[in-house]
Design a protein around this ligand. Structure first.
Ligand code: URA
Length: 211
């Protein structure tokens, strides 16, 4: 049963979603963007932040339910964590697409600077409502947004926790950078490093009394 604090946070998140829907409708008047919000425990001590939803995520309007989601579930199993106990969201809340002129089909592309900046405030507000102790970034884009540093790179800082201050309020949390779970699909040689980092995160969460 969710406690009072969780209920209050769920209400605040709901209000934030409604406001964001109006905000993005106003910005993207010509094309409707389907927003995929975060889901999970609104009072979670651990939040995971991915890059942006893909096709499956838009169909189901839930983060990490496609192929990358399967990899993510595997990693959560290693950590001994249930999805519903944490909160999972993305740095960008809609699917960035490009049209392939040959097939006429839409495919995923990385979010551009403008899309990242448009969604930055929403991610910060989400985190300030939840106030987790630890936020794990999945891949380069959420890492750069959360560290508020465009030059930082996952290849250099993966598996190394750092202190961050989120939003204008400067709410302190620990950022734990991980590779994106989909990166293993494209670069299988990363799997070992990835598992090592997940092991470090596990020990870190145990030390903090989260696990
Ligand atoms: N990749 C992400 O970064 N987020 C999702 O929700 C799905 C795939």
């Amino acid at each position: 049963m969710p406690g009072n604090k969780a209920k209050q946070k769920a209400k605040q998140l709901h209000k934030l979603r409604q406001e964001s829907i109006s905000f993005f409708r106003e910005i993207y008047r010509e094309e409707e963007k389907i927003l995929v919000f975060g889901e999970g425990n609104p009072d979670a001590p651990l939040v995971l932040v991915g890059e942006a939803p893909g096709q499956q995520e838009v169909v189901q309007q839930r983060p990490f339910v496609g192929q990358a989601g399967q990899n993510l579930n595997e990693f959560l199993e290693i950590l001994g964590i249930k999805r519903e106990d944490i909160y999972i969201t993305n740095a960008v809340k809609f699917r960035p697409t490009r049209l392939d002129p040959a097939s006429g089909r839409l495919s995923n592309r990385p979010p551009n600077r403008e899309e990242i900046e448009l969604c930055r405030g929403l991610l910060y507000k989400e985190l300030i409502i939840i106030r987790p102790l630890v936020v794990a970034s999945l891949g380069n884009i959420p890492l750069k947004v959360l560290a508020d540093d465009n030059r930082i790179s996952i290849g250099k800082v993966h598996g190394t926790p750092m202190d961050i201050a989120v939003g204008e309020e400067g709410i302190r949390m620990i950022l734990f950078p991980l590779y994106h779970p989909a990166s293993i699909i494209y670069r299988p040689q990363l799997k070992e490093v990835y598992l090592e980092d997940v092991g470090k995160l596990r020990r870190y969460l145990e030390e903090k009394g989260i696990l």
